[in-house]
Design a protein around this ligand. Structure first.
Ligand code: MSP
Length: 517
């Protein structure tokens, strides 16, 4: 047997100074959907998520709560693990930067960078934002209230003057530009790639990569007065989980370089400029793709703790249902763009796409089979042009979806699945099998067979988006576990006439406002 191809996908690791909100859930959900798709498509997948636990920001948050930093990290990190379980995320590993394996990897990478002449000791004098954990040039700052200087993100900045190690980022301009050219889709969406390229073309300054003014982090090997800059520490998590520094190991050989680093647009520069530069400087292959997704607002407003409009993923799942939330987040907004979370939009998606379109199609066709065909998948007569057309449409979905998923166009993949659902509803209404009950029961059987066959395939295809609903739907038509695979799509896994059905129960209930219940 030939080995399965490998696919390594990562989420950013989440800061533990904050509890999980919709933005975090969104990033991890997108990775979960991509990871599940690849697994179903025959890949050996490693899907990584975790928490970013070092740095001044975390040290300050712990101190403000009167807690020891590690005890504080244990608590918040756990909430991210709980969220992963709650949202049915299929991550294979959960990394914490406070783990020993990670400290070893960071120090090994540092030594490689130092050994290759890419790190030197100097003095840093400039602006730093603890909230962003980022350095800013004077010219980048904006004016706040009363002459206060702010980072371009609106975060406060402070003047820092201290001895610091520097990474020779300026030496990597050309190599980075070549990297963007050699792998044309290294950075997606395309507009983001242009943004990154022009940043690099504008000239790169060496990057301060250590701090001496706090202690919560990984010490610089050989000079533990210095703590590594939190972004070197954080980015290295992707290597740690692949087994670094043990590069000869099977795991590293198999999964490195990562196939996709999924990030929010706010942290693209760290991933698409600093990270590949660090890797190339250490003689390690840079990632194949960095995808920057957009941000969610809440009913048109920027989501922030201070506005008090943070959306808690636990709450919305409780109210709307897990698969409903998973579907909405992936379908509502073209992946890569910003999106607005609104109750109205959520309820529309639940009631129209899920309850009306797919839910009714399945419920109506399966109920008719249950009542009128002895609870068995009916026998088929000759297929008409209409039958062939709708079967043909569902049979060819997988390669189209595969192309879209390879470019992380998740919403488009859903769109084409739902186009077939909607065409099948038109087919079902047009064939009107209920009117054939007495006039032509054989033809009714064929129409119900064709519709159930479309439902079967859609049931398999939604497995990576809504795993629970997919199972429920396939349970109803008694598709056995070994037949819930992409290999069973199309003619290969056609429903077998005579297969018994259970009494169908709706998989996608309508959402009724609590006040209207
Ligand atoms: N710790 C760093 C990442 C280090 S990766 C080596 C970090 N953490 S974070 O917790 O602040 O953000 C994690 C992710 O959540 C980012 O990709 C960010 O874009 C995403 N989101 C935070 N708020 C968001 C929205 N309102 N909408 C969508 N995603 C957002 O940055």
């Amino acid at each position: 047997m030939t080995a399965k191809p490998a696919f390594y996908i990562t989420t950013p690791i989440y800061y533990v100074n904050d509890i999980p909100h919709i933005g975090h859930a969104y990033t991890t959900l997108a990775c979960d959907v991509l990871a599940r798709f690849k697994r179903m498509d025959g890949y050996d997948v490693m899907f990584l998520t975790g928490t970013d636990e070092h740095g001044q920001k975390v040290e300050k948050s712990a101190a403000a709560k009167g807690k020891d930093p590690l005890a504080f990290c244990d608590e918040v990190s756990m909430r991210f693990r709980d969220l992963a379980a709650f949202m049915n995320f299929s991550n294979d590993d959960f990394i914490r930067t406070t783990e020993k394996r990670h400290k070893i990897a960071c120090q090994a990478l540092w030594k490689k960078l130092e050994g290759s002449g890419n790190i030197y000791l100097d003095k840093y004098a400039g602006w730093y934002s603890v909230r962003d954990e980022a350095y800013y040039a004077e010219g980048e700052l904006i004016e706040g209230k009363g002459d206060e200087k702010l980072a371009p993100t609106g975060a406060p900045v402070e003047w820092v003057e201290e001895e610091s190690y520097f990474f020779k980022l300026s030496a990597w301009e050309e190599a980075l530009l070549k990297y963007y050219e050699d792998l044309p889709e290294t950075v997606l969406p395309k507009s983001r790639k242009n943004e990154v390229k022009s940043f690099v073309e504008g000239g790169l300054r060496d990057l301060s990569v250590s701090r001496t003014s706090f202690s919560w982090g990984v010490p610089v090997p050989g000079n533990d007065k210095h703590i590594m800059y939190v972004w070197i520490d954080a980015l290295t998590n992707y290597l740690t989980a692949a087994g670094y520094p043990n590069v000869d190991h099977e795991k590293f050989q198999k999964f490195w370089p990562a196939d996709v680093h999924m990030v929010g647009k706010d942290i693209l520069r760290f991933h698409a400029v600093y990270w590949p530069a660090f890797l190339m400087a250490a003689g390690i292959e840079p990632p194949k793709r960095i995808y920057a997704h957009g941000w969610w607002t809440n009913e048109g407003q920027k989501i922030s703790k201070s506005t008090g409009n943070v959306i808690d993923p636990f709450d919305i799942v409780e109210e709307f249902g897990l698969d409903q939330v998973r579907y909405f987040l992936m379908r509502e907004v073209p992946f890569g763009n910003d999106g607005d979370f609104s109750r109205t939009a959520m309820i529309n998606r639940i009631n129209s796409d899920l309850a009306n379109d797919l839910g009714n199609l399945a419920q109506r066709s399966l109920s008719m089979i249950f009542k009128n065909c002895n609870g068995q998948i009916p026998q088929v007569g000759d297929f008409t042009t209409d039958d062939k057309k709708i079967l043909g449409a569902v049979d060819v979905l997988l390669p189209q979806i595969r192309d879209l998923m390879d470019r992380q166009s998740i919403n488009k993949a859903l769109e084409i699945i739902w186009k077939v659902v909607s065409d099948c509803n038109v087919y079902f209404a047009g064939q009107a099998p209920w009117a054939l009950k007495t006039t032509d029961p054989d033809r009714m059987g064929t129409v119900l067979y064709v519709t159930a066959e479309v439902v079967r395939q859609i049931g398999i295809l939604i497995g990576f988006i809504m795993p629970d609903s997919s199972s429920k739907l396939l349970d109803q038509i008694n598709v056995s576990a070994d037949k819930r695979k992409f290999a069973e799509l199309g003619a290969a896994g056609r429903l077998v006439p005579g297969t018994r059905l259970d009494k169908p129960e709706g998989v996608f209930p309508r959402y009724i406002e609590r006040s209207a219940k």
